[in-house]
Design a protein around this ligand. Structure first.
Ligand code: M6R
Length: 615
């Protein structure tokens, strides 16, 4: 979490850093700060609040001059989100300034030692400890900044992406990475540093992504020097051409990124299967799977690890893999898996699902599974992310940048990739004959158009949102493939509107949650025609007889549920396994409208960040 930006070159650093921080606000937005070096002084401004608050503060209080600068947008870990704890942090002498994304786990012991040596601290952060450790090393060992950073980092335990500047070095930024992402943009006579490439996309298409335990000394007029932090050996930068374009990271006329991303789903799903699903040829072609098909076919079982929305996509995948390919699947929260001494063998395949590809728990679960010899396959959206690099093979979702903190298109595109994988395995195992396989491929090709059709329900969903926007609670129920959709619907509502919401398998209701139902409780029920329809109609009857308010998502033309429900949202008919790709859309829209009507910050909900790079 936290976003970092740096610039060194011939332009004014201030506007580049501010715009860059705004693009990185999805990573954290409880405080922000900037340090600008005009060649003589390092001027620093920081504040609790968003980058807009920082702009207001900085523009009236410090000199904005300088062709070198660093900036930070924070998601607090150590120390409350206030002005003092915001980054950047000065060292005691005022010579060094640092920004940091990550956690220094042994900061307390280091801090005590530094206090014994006379250092004083003004913040509660681990970052201020790190910058003073670097200063102490620099002083004691009489070394230059780069060397001091390296020695200091060898003494810390934890995760970091840092950028450090030194008043004695007006042409240099030192950066380092372990566990948190860090990209260096390489322009003509200028360099950029950022947590991802979005802050510098309009200036250069060339970037170097630091690997874990690498650092770089970025000096104006020189080639960047990469070193391994552990042993000081030289690392050679591999310059990548960026695929990102500016349009993709802007709102494009939508009021919020979340709404834009909901509406992008037909295109995103199409991009995800484009070139992979070849219906006419009766083929699915995916390099990461084709090259490793035997691993999947010989697997004892598939273990899926993920967090949040990606975990919900994993649950849908469990149903699809077991139902279509007849391969046993277990789905685990990455955070539980990594700490519970799981039984994993070399005969297991682990699939890690992550939009950002940076989620710390998922990354740790991958490392654990690899140590135990399992084959690890990644399903990520962000190209070149840590998870994409750490896995043995994988498939990208091609959803395009997802900036709204609430995942939307990531979910549907993850399900698309996992469906392609399951279909491929079903065919290879002989569970599917050509006719059935072809039926699935042609139906999957229809999904983008069907999602477009579901998006037409938006005005109706907005009216429903208006009725329930003040409810303090909401239940979501579904069976089979729509149970994970119920969980996902509830997560969307709680994270952006702060309404308490829970998802349940509909049949579980009578084992407890039914006690919650009265005339004030809205219950969203996903009741599509295929898969346990009669059973879910009975569940709806049970809610109705307890006076609960029913919002039903049904298949087009439904009659039975329409008679019982207070509101009905129709989705087109599709194969049962593909229903989550349609039924999830109205639930995304419902939570979006409720959050907007409640005046919530939809794209940057409180206490959250887009990528969770801490445990
Ligand atoms: O980047 P990841 O898919 O690994 O992120 C996992 C969760 O943090 C994420 O899905 C989170 O739950 C979203 N805010 C949900 O909308």
């Amino acid at each position: 979490m936290c976003g970092i930006v740096g610039y060194i070159g011939y332009r004014d650093a201030y506007p580049i850093i501010v715009k860059g921080l705004q693009r990185l606000e999805y990573r954290g937005y409880d405080s922000a700060g900037i340090a600008l070096f005009d060649g003589e002084e390092i001027n620093l401004s920081k504040t609790k609040g968003k980058v807009d608050d920082l702009k207001k503060k900085a523009e009236g209080s410090i000199s904005l001059k300088g062709n070198l600068g660093i900036g930070h947008t924070r998601w607090a870990t150590h120390g409350a989100p206030n002005d003092v704890n915001s980054h950047p942090h000065y060292s005691n002498s005022g010579d060094l300034v640092i920004i940091h994304n990550g956690i220094i786990e042994n900061y307390d012991a280091i801090k005590k030692e530094l206090i014994n040596r006379g250092y004083v601290f003004s913040s509660d952060t681990d970052t201020e400890v790190l910058v003073n450790l670097i200063e102490e090393v620099k002083r004691k060992e009489n070394v230059k900044l780069g060397h001091a950073v390296q020695i200091a980092l060898n003494q810390v335990v934890g995760a970091y992406a840092i950028a450090v500047i030194d008043k004695q070095k007006p042409d240099e930024i030192v950066v380092a990475k372990l566990g948190s992402p860090l990209a260096i943009g390489i322009g003509e006579k200028e360099f950029f540093v950022a947590s991802d490439a979005s802050p510098f996309i309009e200036y250069t298409n060339n970037a170097v992504y630091l690997e874990d335990e690498e650092m770089a000394i970025i000096r104006l007029g020189k080639e960047i020097k990469l070193r391994k932090i552990k042993d000081n050996s030289i690392a050679y930068p591999s310059i990548q051409e960026l695929q990102l374009n500016l349009e993709e990271i802007e709102k494009g006329g939508f009021e919020h990124f979340m709404l834009k991303e909901i509406y992008e789903q037909p295109r995103a799903i199409l991009d995800t299967y484009r070139g992979r699903l070849l219906a006419k040829e009766g083929l699915i072609r995916m390099a990461g799977i084709d090259e490793n098909l035997e691993k999947f076919l010989n697997a004892n079982r598939i273990i899926i690890v993920a967090c949040g929305t990606s975990w919900h996509a994993g649950l849908v995948a469990e149903y699809i893999f077991e139902d279509l390919a007849r391969i046993p699947v277990e789905v685990e929260y990455a955070s539980e898996f990594r700490y519970r001494n799981p039984v994993v063998t070399e005969n297991d395949v682990l699939i890690a699902i992550s939009q950002s590809g940076e989620t710390a728990d998922t990354l740790a679960a991958i490392k654990l599974a690899k140590e135990k010899g399992a084959f690890v396959f990644g399903v990520c959206n962000v190209v070149g992310s840590s998870i994409a690099r750490e896995t043995d093979a994988g498939a990208y979702t091609h959803a395009g940048p997802e900036i709204g903190v609430a995942s939307t298109k990531a979910f549907t595109t993850q399900i698309t990739v996992l469906t392609l994988l399951a279909l491929k395995l079903a065919k290879a195992k002989g569970v599917f004959n050509n006719t059935r396989f072809h039926e699935y491929l042609t139906e999957l090709e229809q999904i983008p158009a069907k999602v477009e059709e579901v998006l037409l329900t938006n005005p109706l969903v907005e009216i429903i949102a208006d009725v329930y926007k003040d409810s303090p609670n909401c239940l979501y129920l579904g069976r089979g493939y729509n149970f994970p959709v119920a969980l996902e619907g509830a997560l969307k509502l709680k994270e952006i509107s702060y309404i308490h919401a829970e998802g349940y398998p509909a049949a579980e209701m009578k084992h407890g949650p039914i006690a919650l139902i009265d005339e004030h409780m809205p219950v969203v029920v996903i009741a599509t025609s295929k898969g346990h329809y009669e059973k879910i109609v009975s569940n709806i009857q049970e809610i109705k007889s307890r006076k609960g308010k029913i919002i039903a998502v049904v298949t087009k033309g439904d009659v039975q549920v329409r008679e019982l429900a207070d509101h009905v949202i129709e989705v087109p008919e599709t194969l049962e396994n593909l229903t989550p790709l349609l039924t999830t859309i109205p639930l995304q829209l419902l939570s979006y409208h409720i959050a907007v009507m409640r005046g919530c910050n939809v794209d940057q909900p409180r206490n959250l960040a887009k990528s969770v790079t801490v445990e």
